[in-house]
Ligand binder design. Structure first.
Ligand code: ATR
Length: 275
């Protein structure tokens, strides 16, 4: 029988995950279908009970359910538990097991462009859910310095405090980050600033950026945010959010099927979808 997979969120209409996973099922000749499902905040519990009842093989979770789904699952991967958010669920013999492939997908995509990650001083911009997944994953991977700058410094402090993996870290404000930008070889932009429709905004001034720095933005729509454009103009290397998006999907696909798919083909497909 055809296996059913899904992504649940609200809104969900513009998700590219269904096109990406259905294409992978076709490519690897797996008899399965991946369906976008709009689930409102207040209906999450009923939706999860329903998905389990129909024997869903696995699903992704997106905004606004990544945190609130946790108590509704049967088991939780330790990294997802530490992060406090789940984006991928696998049905293992009737038990729903939650994982977080956002941070590991980000790290995997980053390593393809920047293999010597451990030697870098890293600055994460933003302290929301995405920053949390990335911070915890990088901290676990053993980087030498991992600072966070955020409009609300207390939120960055709380994020560092919550992390179970020890790493040299400071929480700083935007002005301090701008002043000390030359100390960092890698900047990771995780806020919605620069995303459609606010494309002409930048989260901090790049005046003091090293010309040999690497600037990575997790946004993929648009593919080149203002911060990436300015970084490129300064001579820095840049990476957009496509690698993270594709790799989090590839890791979810691997958990569901045992196959780690070709991420270059996935990137090309997402490119076409974005138009
Ligand atoms: P996500 O879970 O998708 O990462 P989020 O939890 O809404 O998103 O977090 C968004 C991050 O972007 C936060 O760090 C937020 O800063 P605050 O903690 O100060 O709210 C940051 N952010 C969002 N809009 C911003 C804005 N207009 N200016 C500066 N920072 C902003």
């Amino acid at each position: 029988m055809k296996k059913l997979f899904a992504v649940i969120g609200d809104p969900i209409a513009h998700s590219i995950s269904p096109a990406m996973h259905n294409n992978l099922f076709q490519t690897y000749e797996i008899d399965a279908h991946y369906q976008p499902l709009q689930v409102k905040r207040e209906s999450l519990k009923e939706a999860v009970i329903g998905l389990k009842a129909i024997g869903i093989a696995g699903f992704n979770i997106t905004v606004p359910h990544k945190e609130t789904i946790i108590p509704l699952l049967d088991k939780l991967d330790p990294l997802a538990e530490a992060i406090g958010a789940v984006n991928t669920v696998v049905n293992v013999n009737g038990e729903l097991v939650g994982y977080n492939t956002d941070g590991s997908g980000y790290l995997q995509g980053l390593l393809t462009e920047l293999p010597k990650l451990k030697e870098k001083n890293i600055l994460i911009i933003g302290a929301g859910g995405a920053a949390r997944a990335i911070y915890f994953t990088l901290a676990e991977s053993g980087v030498q310095r991992l600072d966070i700058c955020n409009r609300t410094t207390q939120k960055a402090e709380a994020l560092i405090y919550d992390c179970p993996f020890s790493v040299h870290s400071d929480a700083i404000g935007i002005e301090e980050a701008e002043k000390n930008l030359a100390d960092y070889q890698l900047l990771i932009q995780t806020t919605p600033i620069g995303m459609n429709p606010n494309i002409e905004r930048i989260p901090l001034s790049l005046h003091n950026l090293n010309t040999d720095a690497f600037v990575s933005d997790i946004i993929y729509n648009p593919l080149e945010t203002k911060i990436l454009r300015e970084a490129k103009n300064k001579g820095a290397k840049i990476q957009n959010g496509l690698d993270m998006f594709v790799n989090q999907g590839a890791l979810a696909f691997e958990k569901w099927t045992g196959i780690f798919p070709n991420t270059e083909n996935m990137k090309n497909l997402v490119h076409t979808q974005l138009g």
